[in-house]
Design a binder for this molecule. Sequence first.
Ligand SMILES: CC(C)(COP(=O)(O)OP(=O)(O)OC[C@H]1O[C@@H](n2cnc3c(N)ncnc32)[C@H](O)[C@@H]1OP(=O)(O)O)[C@@H](O)C(=O)NCCC(=O)NCCS
Length: 192
Amino acid sequence: MCIRDRTDGVVTLRPLGEDDVPFYTELHSLPDVVATSVPPIPPGPAEVRRRCSWAASHWLAGGRADMIVVDTASGLPAGEISLYYQEPRTAQAMIGYSMMPAFRGRGLTTRAAKLIALWAFAETGVARLIAGTLPDNLGSQRVLMKAGFRREAYLRSRLPGVAGTRHDDVQFVLLAEDLLAQASGGELTQPG
Ligand SMILES: CC(C)(COP(=O)(O)OP(=O)(O)OC[C@H]1O[C@@H](n2cnc3c(N)ncnc32)[C@H](O)[C@@H]1OP(=O)(O)O)[C@@H](O)C(=O)NCCC(=O)NCCS
C-alpha cells in the first residue's frame, strides 16, 4: 500500500519526507508537543532525520505512516499526523498528531483526523482506530470527539512521564461504522 496525498480541499495530507527536517524539528521542540509525546522527550537531530528519511519505508514495512498536514490554501506545512499500526494481529491502529500554534483553532486537526481515518478504513485492514490523550488535554479530546471518536477507557498509569513518573491516558476509539454514521448525519452518542 503506497501513501499518496489526500485532501478534503482545506487540508492536504502528504507523506513526511527528507525536506521536512526543519519543520519537524521546530514542531517537535514546542513545549506542549513535547509534553504530549510518548515518551515526553524531544527527538534529537539524528532521530528527526531518521523519521523524515525513513517515512516511506516505515509504511512499506507496515508499521507507521507519518504525514504532514498542509494548509491547502497557502501550501504551508501546518502540523503532522501519524498512523501507527501497533497491533496488526487484532487490526488495531493508533493515531497521533500535533499542530503549529499559528494553524490551531481552525479545525485543521479535526479534518486531518477524519482524512487519515477514512484512508485507514478504506484502504488498509484497520478495524479499530484508537487515540490516547492526557486527561487534561481537552483540546485533543475535543478534536477526537469532533472527528467521530468515542471515549472508551481511562487507563491508569498508561504512559511514561519524565524522570520515571507515569501518566494516566484517556483512550478514544473510532470504528468504520461510526464514521459512516457521522457522514450520513447520524447522531453519535457517547456510551455511559
Ligand atoms: C491538540 C491540537 C492538535 C488541536 O489542534 P487544533 O488544530 O487547534 O484543533 P481543531 O482546530 O481541529 O479544534 C477542534 C476542536 O477542539 C477545540 N480545541 C482546540 N484546542 C483546544 C483547547 N486547548 N482547549 C479546548 N478546546 C480546544 C476547538 O475549539 C474545536 O472545537 P469547536 O469547533 O467546538 O470550537 C493542538 O492544540 C496541538 O498541537 N497541541 C499540542 C500537541 C497535542 O496536544 N497533540 C495531541 C496529543 S494527544
